[in-house]
Ligand binder design. Structure first.
Ligand SMILES: Nc1ncnc2c1ncn2[C@@H]1O[C@H](COP(=O)(O)OP(=O)(O)O)[C@@H](O)[C@H]1O
Ligand SMILES: [Mg+2]
Length: 258
């Protein structure tokens, strides 16, 4: 049965999308059946995987607007053995529609329920906010992976996310889930500066064993790969970025099988 995992941090630019795409592809290399769900109206994950957004008949917005069945929206990714629920700019209009909806926090959870058995992992790339779309993602999830950039003010704003997680756990009484923290992932470590290592210590002191052992280094291949419409694991399989995401996938799978 598919494990549903949100990649979330309301701060932008911390590596949510890079992690979603590359964790998805790395899990697929381990033989896992993976669905990536793009719920950011900027649709970066959709673009990173080389999906031509102009040609899509349906996107994730049509699920929130209850205009399409989830199976009609799922696309196959060409470069890796991953399926995707793609997004496009119209996802930005969804919040307004949901305001007047009785069940507004459970729409994604209900839709994913229909296809959960087809996958081992369902990874949701969240937008940089704690709005209604993120709430939908978290309510649907079994766990949340929190990317934290190894930079000054890394932990800033995380209290808000942790409070939101508690609120979600109460909401989940209705769908019998209980959101856990899958782990905190340290991203974009610049190995040449001290600040990164200071952040690692600070984050480990705060989150203790919840911090993944795998750390993602700053690696230019990670930032170039998206312009080729490929995960870094395909674009440059031997690069430090690629290897670290494959290690993260192994660490996650081992944790869940322990
Ligand atoms: N490990 C990394 N090394 C170098 N650049 C990275 C790395 N991870 C992400 N980036 C780049 O940093 C920017 C923000 O990353 P992104 O994954 O889009 O963050 P978010 O989804 O949290 O906004 C992007 O330009 C991305 O290519
Ligand atoms: Mg993003």
């Amino acid at each position: 049965m598919g494990k549903i995992l949100s990649i979330s941090n309301q701060k932008g630019g911390v590596g949510k999308t890079t992690t979603s795409v590359n964790l998805a592809s790395s899990l697929s290399y381990l033989g896992k059946r993976v669905l990536l769900v793009d719920v950011d109206h900027q649709a970066n994950a959709t673009t990173y995987l080389g999906i031509n957004r102009a040609n899509l008949e349906y996107t994730i917005a049509d699920i929130f607007l209850e205009r399409a069945k989830i199976r009609e929206v799922i696309q196959k990714v060409d470069s890796v053995n991953v399926d995707i629920l793609p997004a496009r700019y119209e996802l930005g209009d969804v919040s307004q529609y949901l305001l007047g909806h009785d069940n507004k926090d459970y729409i994604l959870a209900n839709a994913l329920e229909e296809i959960k058995a087809d996958y081992d992992y369902i990874i949701i790339d969240c937008p940089p906010s704690l709005g209604v779309v993120t709430i939908n993602a978290l309510v649907a999830s079994d766990s949340v992976l929190i990317p934290v950039q190894c930079e000054f003010l890394a932990l800033d704003g995380l209290t808000q996310l942790l409070n939101t997680i508690r609120v979600i756990q109460k909401k989940q009484k209705y769908n019998h889930k209980s959101l856990t923290i899958e782990g905190v992932l340290l991203t974009m470590l610049d190995t040449r500066s001290n600040i990164g290592y200071e952040v690692i210590n600070e984050v480990r002191t705060y989150f203790k064993e919840k911090v993944f052992k795998t750390i993602i280094p700053r690696n230019v291949k990670c930032s170039v790969a998206p312009s080729h419409g490929l995960p870094v694991t395909e674009f440059s399989p031997g690069s430090k970025g690629s290897v670290s995401y494959k290690n993260l996938a192994k660490e996650m799978v081992e944790l869940s099988e322990r």
